[in-house]
Design a protein around this ligand. Sequence first.
Ligand SMILES: *Cc1c(COP(=O)(O)O)cnc(C)c1O
Length: 425
Amino acid sequence: MGYSQDTICVQGGWQPKNGEPRVLPIYQSTTFKYATSEEMGKLFDLEEEGYFYSRLQNPTNDVVAQKICDLEGGVAAMLTSSGQAATMLAVTNICEAGDHVVCAAKVYGGTSNLLAVTLKRFGIETTLVDQDAPAEELEKAFQPNTKAVFAETISNPAGVVLDIDKFVKLAHEHGVPMICDNTFATPINCRPFEFGVDIVTHSTTKYMDGHAMALGGAIVDSGNFDWDAHADKFPGLTTPDESYHGVIYTQKFGKKAYITKATAQLMRDMGACQSPQNAFLTNVGLETLHLRVERHCRNAEKVAEFLKNHPKVAWVEYAGLADSKYHALAEKYMPNGTCGVLCFGPKGGRDGAMRFTNGLKMVAIVTHVADARSCVLHPASHTHRQLNDQQLIEAGVLPDLIRLSVGIEDVNDIIADLDQALANV
Ligand SMILES: *Cc1c(COP(=O)(O)O)cnc(C)c1O
């Protein structure tokens, strides 16, 4: 639709016909009815589009996928059970045993585990690269069997902003697609397709849901990568699929080849589908995404300034701060704001960080980010607690690092809570 993003958030996706419900219905049905065997058979042959079993497609999910697709400016999209499932399907849709992925090292921990540990066991190798390194350095990570490049537009938790142009250029020079996880920036602040990215993934669990209610993921295809031009690298898309009577996805589905294959083949076989109930909740979140993201950013900017000037704070990293190493990249790719998540270190190292978190009254300690309520995580005492200070530093997590997800409360109340908790440090 030709509307602006704010309008797509509110009105995109579900378009009721005369007499139909105003609100997106939850099609809480595993299965769909047909009058004749022939009609049903055509769906199984991919001859016609339609629903038959919710593991593959469900009308509620498809409407929400369409809204996310429109927000990103893509040609096709699908929902998955979680952000992890989105990454898993996005990569395995084009990589098989013997293939190789180049991935930014500072991605979400679940992503680096999936690629470097679990998919390695499936025969897919990953090289983790320093995303801030110059192109000549990154170039060395590519191999003849490289099939994809993966990175986050804003990394979780470090808040590193990707030099998208540098990565897109490298990927395309090697004839492979650039896949970006756009969870933290959201399409409100950054639309990676406008910078040449080919495929976008999301953990909709974060800002899109925004209320910590529904796990979910999404994959969106720009439709721009020319699989046929690199047919030898992507036989799964360009040669017959025996499990569908020899269909060739690029020939039959054109720009929708990638998402059709991921749905018809991988979702069929792996089953990482989203429940329609969660898709419904995600859609409610999406209706206010544009308002919330703006408020998250404005609040985080004020909180970052406050922390930067606080005598009990050793350091702050937030790309929205003018003196951040990543500010110039943020200005280029996300001029309206980055996200609501920032990192900082209270004085006093690991102990200072623990005193700070224990003193918080409103800001909660939770293993989550990007929801309406402000929250913190201290990796050294939570997710990474088995590591000593030296091991933490080697893992790229400073012992005093606090990940603060700034919510959409009144920023003065957030700052007051942080201030009184810092008094304990
Ligand atoms: C949370 C997160 C994921 C994983 O998503 P889940 O929905 O928790 O499976 C992937 N990427 C990023 C950037 C995330 O923040």
